[in-house]
Design a protein around this ligand. Structure first.
Ligand code: ATR
Length: 287
């Protein structure tokens, strides 16, 4: 048996997928933990998610990360869902075993862990403002509520979508004794927030989501779920008010670490891999 055959197979499926940093991250996690896995990219045509996943399972594949545009397909494909994947309405992690296809979503956990562990900001008792109400926002609401923040305000350009999230998570908020509200940018409450998360797609085209400037203060952590070689417009904007700003690179690493844990039962250390990725991203050749 060759070395490759003795390794259990994992992949990230997407379209496009060539840019994905997941093979790099999981390669580092495998080296760090000694887990015998191999992990590569899997490109699928946008209308052929299911046959590509089935072929991967047939070939002995044990699990997958799922990226754009397949997170809803993966949610539909899974036989069983974790509560956080059901709440997110999307799946970024698939696990294949004798009991079938298990769908999970580690994105929100990755965000919370990056904020609390890597950035050192506790969400318990915090006032949190979430900008956006699309798929990315929906995926992080339950993991944030589980940290028992004091307040979670969700605002969105299309207010009705923020209202729908507030309705969906009303019970979870009551369970966490969290004051959950939202709507348009007018729903932003007075006083600086402890944490502001930009979950809009605005940073993709360098546009700033509507947000009351008074929400930012010197004690605010302004977190953009996007990342790149340079600070996003949202991060630059937040810094004008003295806020601390972070991008989503740590979330990327930590969601991967949690997927690794779901598959292998072993938790890799995200911090050194994040430091390495950050250095690669900001190297002159990327700038
Ligand atoms: P994703 O999966 O990345 O969340 P999505 O489900 O299409 O993608 O959601 C995109 C989010 O970014 C939405 O909250 C969207 O606002 P609308 O619901 O009003 O469309 C938000 N968004 C995108 N571009 C934006 C912009 N330029 N300014 C403010 N919000 C923006």
């Amino acid at each position: 048996m060759s070395a490759d055959q003795s390794r259990e197979r994992y992949a990230v499926i997407g379209n496009p997928v060539g840019h994905s940093k997941s093979p790099f991250i999981h390669g580092r996690f495998a080296a760090q933990t000694g887990e015998p896995i191999e992990y590569g990219p899997l490109l699928a045509p946008v209308d052929a998610f299911v046959p590509h996943v089935r072929a991967f399972i047939e070939a002995g594949g044990r699990g997958m990360n799922v990226t754009v545009p397949f997170k809803l397909d993966a949610h539909a494909f899974a036989d069983t869902l974790s509560p956080r994947a059901a709440a997110a309405g999307a799946v970024n992690t698939l696990k294949f075993d004798a009991s079938g296809v298990y769908g999970d979503n580690t994105d929100g956990f990755g965000l919370v862990r990056d904020i609390e562990v890597n950035l050192g900001v506790s969400l318990k008792g915090a006032r949190i403002l979430l900008l956006g109400a699309g798929g990315a926002a929906r995926g992080v609401v339950l993991p944030m509520l589980e940290r028992a923040p004091h307040t979670l305000t969700i605002v969105n350009r299309t207010a009705a979508k923020a209202d729908a999230l507030v309705d969906q998570f009303a019970q979870a908020a009551r369970d966490a004794a969290c004051h959950l509200s939202g709507g348009s940018a007018r729903a932003i409450e007075a006083g600086a927030y402890d944490v502001i998360v930009n979950a809009t797609a605005g940073s993709l085209d360098a546009s700033l989501p509507e947000c009351d400037d008074r929400a930012f203060g010197s004690g605010t952590l302004a977190y953009d779920m996007m990342y790149g070689a340079h600070p996003t417009v949202f991060m630059e904007h937040a810094r004008k008010f003295g806020a601390r700003a972070a991008d989503g690179l740590g979330m990327l690493v930590e969601q991967a670490a949690e997927s690794f844990y779901v598959w292998r039962g072993v938790r890799p250390d995200g911090a050194p891999v994040l430091a390495e990725l950050r250095a690669l991203l900001t190297a002159p050749s990327h700038a």
